[in-house]
Structure formats: structure tokens, C-alpha cells
Design a protein. Structure first.
Length: 140
């Protein structure tokens, strides 16, 4: 089990796994691994389940990565990511932990902004990580 660190709402958590058949030798699974995200205070119910995407398929065997954005489904607590995969009919699993701390915004950070000047007012238009566009009039 690895501790991935502390994150705020809107941040991206790097979920990554190297698949292997119970040995130190990497192997590609039969199907894409899944990561089941659960809060440790309620371990029976999953907050989210994501499929892992293969990375560097031609350079590295069995390496999967998915960037999990912490949306409004998450709150300040400790979470575990349970990875599961199958190789040659046998099931395998691993676990990572991460902590969501207070702060941030579930829509993410500003990734682009523009100022629009009009005779009646100035406007600030900006885009957030989740893709939403916002406009503010006469921002200070």
C-alpha cells in the first residue's frame, strides 16, 4: 500500500498501477484494470469506479494510469483506491491511499482567462478545469 499524499477539491490524483501475476515480473492483464475509490469511514460503498488506461504500451509492460479529478463527490477524509485486474484467469489486487483536505474548489483551478473591455464595464471571462466558462463583471 502506498500513500499518494494530500489533495484539495479540484486537484488531480495520479492513480497508477503496474500489473503483475503475483511475481516481480510485469505482465499485461486480460482486460483493463479498475480502480474502486472508497472512503475509509464507509468502506462498503464506492465513491467512484474508474477504468485504468494503459500508458507507454510499447516501452513498458503492464503500466496503467488514470488522473482522478476530485469533484464535489469527495469531502475532507481519507480514501483508498483498490485496483483489481486478472491475468490468465487469476485475480490480483493492490491498494493506494490518499487524503482530501479542506480547501480548493470542486470545479478546479482557472486554466485560462481573458479581459473584455466594454464602455459600460470590464468583464473577466475564465475557464476552470472541469470545462465551465465563467464571466465576472468589473472584477476587483
Amino acid at each position: 500500500m502506498r500513500y499518494l499524499g494530500r489533495f484539495q477539491l479540484g486537484d488531480y490524483v495520479p492513480l497508477q498501477i503496474g500489473t503483475h501475476p503475483g511475481t516481480a515480473v510485469a505482465a499485461n492483464p486480460t482486460a483493463a484494470p479498475t480502480a474502486r475509490i472508497v472512503a475509509l469511514d464507509t468502506p462498503g460503498s464506492a465513491v467512484e469506479t474508474v477504468n485504468m488506461a494503459i500508458r507507454d504500451a510499447y516501452k513498458r509492460t503492464g503500466f496503467f494510469l488514470n488522473w482522478l479529478r476530485l469533484s464535489s463527490s469527495y469531502s475532507a477524509k481519507i480514501y483508498a483506491a483498490y485496483y483489481t485486474w486478472a491475468i490468465a484467469g487469476s485475480n490480483y489486487s493492490e491498494c493506494d491511499m490518499f487524503e482530501v483536505v479542506a480547501g480548493g474548489n470542486s470545479s478546479g483551478a482557472v486554466i485560462g482567462a481573458a479581459v473584455i473591455q466594454r464602455p459600460e464595464a470590464e468583464f473577466l471571462m475564465y475557464q476552470l478545469d472541469d470545462g465551465t466558462l465563467n464571466v465576472r463583471r468589473n472584477p476587483v
